[in-house]
Ligand binder design. Structure first.
Ligand SMILES: [Zn+2]
Length: 264
């Protein structure tokens, strides 16, 4: 695993073209495992590091939201608390019976549901560190971020994404923008999105600009008669000049345009 700070490591894998991370953050009394990737086997390096470094710490697994690339490895942690926002268990169950072909089948071991849930915020005081799990809807109804106040570090799940966010919560645009404004209030120096490199606070503004820009442009195009599948709105208009997209994110952008067209 890649060491990010003295107490934080990330495990990066490829999930269908998207680089995706799970993370381990040690506080004095706890070992937080953030997300479990695509299958229990993906978590082997995390389990190894836990065995080597966690000592007597209590393991807490956090699911940042119900999407398959964040929870399908839950079975790697039998008997361990799995914490999520209160909508997450229901959404995992819904996902398990979906006919959406973009959702892979669950792993053979199944996907154990979160055992501890919360509404708006759950705080672990673990002097000198305090860890806040904060509900941040927008990408999905159950999205949360993990804020390490002492380290000024934020695990963003898919609430923030680089080079661009993925629209996945129906009619979630306004609530997402509200979430992003809340995130700007947090005293954070380093942001670790589930997809994309660790970066500074500029990712919040960049995602806000993209979301607002896409919805405005799609509304204008629809107004002037553009159909759902003939939106000609290249991504460069909504991103910084230095941002280059690979094919996976070109596709994600096209998917976002269609998603927005259905809502404006
Ligand atoms: Zn997601």
């Amino acid at each position: 695993m890649e060491q990010l700070t003295t107490d934080v490591w990330v495990q990066r894998i490829d999930t269908g073209g998207f680089p995706t991370i799970a993370a381990l953050a040690l506080t004095p009394a706890r070992a937080f495992v953030i997300d479990t990737l695509m299958c229990p086997q993906d978590m082997a390096p995390v389990l190894e590091l836990l065995a080597a470094r966690a000592g007597a710490r209590r393991t807490v697994v956090v699911n940042t939201h119900h999407h398959w690339d964040h929870v399908y490895g839950n079975a790697a942690f039998p008997g361990v608390d799995i914490v999520a926002q209160s909508a997450c268990p229901r959404l995992i169950l819904q996902h398990s019976t979906t006919t959406d072909e973009s959702v892979p089948l669950q792993p053979r071991e199944g996907v154990p549901l979160p055992t501890i849930t919360f509404g708006d915020r759950l705080t672990y005081s673990d002097e000198p560190e305090t860890v806040h799990l904060i509900h941040t809807p927008g990408h999905s109804e159950d999205s949360l971020v993990v804020f390490l106040a002492g380290a000024r570090l934020l695990f963003a799940g898919d609430t923030l994404e680089w080079p661009l966010p993925n629209f996945a919560q129906r009619d979630g645009k306004d609530v997402w923008i509200h979430t992003l404004r809340q995130l700007k209030q947090l005293p954070v120096d380093l942001i670790v999105p589930s997809h994309g490199p660790p970066m500074g606070r500029q990712i919040i503004d960049a995602n806000e600009r993209y979301i607002n820009g896409v919805f405005e442009a799609v509304a204008a195009a629809k107004e002037s008669g553009a159909g759902r599948n003939d939106l000609d709105l290249p991504p460069a208009a909504f991103l910084g000049d230095d941002v280059v997209l690979d094919e996976v994110y070109e596709d994600a952008h096209r998917g976002n345009l269609v998603w927005a067209w259905d809502e404006v």
